[in-house]
Design a protein around this ligand. Structure first.
Ligand code: PTJ
Length: 248
């Protein structure tokens, strides 16, 4: 059942429909629907818009991606369902590789997510036939491609489940996360955490990447000036203000 356009929560209800359809098509894991619920609760608290601290983290992420030697965008079921086009556009703008990496991994779902990304315009998608493992991870998330996540220096990990971000950090990589939950383990482990809804966030990172690309010195300045602790405090202060004054 599609919600009527006049419904005050139309956009949010349509996003749920999109995820349920993607679940039925074998793109999203059942657990992904639950994860979305947590994400949308935080989005509601943040006012369902990109906040000023998120913008700062988005610009810094663009700078880290542009200055990387081998940047990779990691994609799971939820990210593919909500933001296949923004992922592909960002990958082209940087340019960065795309790798499907699933927590609830089945080879069938890896293939389906890959096909969806290709329909969204990706020319190459890594993920099938994994030939390396992320050390220290027991889950199927450890499976990856040598020429992809394994050898990347900067990895963007939207909607993580925590332990992989920490394992990637132990490998010496720079980890950029997108997570609406500022208290999550991922949010705390990442070098840059974008606390914003994934489809909005990736569009903004792409816009900054296109802008910064023209000015390498400014790109390095933005990257080096990013202060993760300061950004985290700004996100939490924003949330605190919203909780005190929901209409602010
Ligand atoms: O497709 P798979 O098998 O790789 O599984 C993907 C999920 C999302 C199920 C898996 O990675 C997982 O279990 O993740 P978690 O531990 O539930 O963490 C997901 C995080 O993303 C939570 O902190 C949510 O608040 C956040 N989140 C959910 N939806 C969004 C979001 N953040 C940004 N934008 C969203 N739309």
């Amino acid at each position: 059942m599609k919600p009527p356009r006049s419904h005050p929560r139309y956009a949010s209800l349509m996003t749920r429909e999109k995820l349920v359809d993607a679940y039925r098509d074998g793109i999203v894991a059942a657990e992904g629907l639950i994860a979305h619920g947590r994400g949308e609760a935080f989005d509601y608290l943040f006012g369902e818009r990109t906040t000023a601290p998120a913008l700062v983290a988005e610009k810094a992420s663009a700078a880290f991606l542009l200055t990387a030697k081998h940047p990779v965008l990691s994609v799971n079921g939820n990210v593919a369902a909500l933001a296949a086009k923004p992922v592909v556009r960002l990958a082209k703008a940087v340019p960065a590789a795309i790798e499907v990496n699933l927590f609830h991994r089945t080879e069938a779902r890896v293939a389906k997510v890959g096909s969806l990304l290709k329909r969204a315009g990706a020319t190459k998608v890594l993920g099938p036939r994994p030939n390396a493992r992320i050390p220290g991870l027991d889950s199927r998330r450890a499976k990856c491609r040598k020429e992809g996540i394994f050898s990347a220096d900067v990895v963007l990990v939207p909607l993580e489940d925590g332990d992989r971000a920490e394992a990637l950090k132990r490998m010496g990589k720079t980890v950029l996360a997108v997570d609406l939950n500022p208290f999550s383990r991922t949010a705390q482990a990442a070098d840059v955490t974008i606390v914003d809804e994934v489809s909005r966030a990736l569009r903004v990172v792409e816009r900054f990447a296109r802008e910064l690309k023209r000015d390498p010195a400014e790109t390095r300045r933005v990257r080096d000036a990013f202060d993760r602790e300061r950004n985290r405090v700004a996100v939490l202060s924003y949330l605190n203000r919203r909780l005190r004054q929901p209409r602010a």
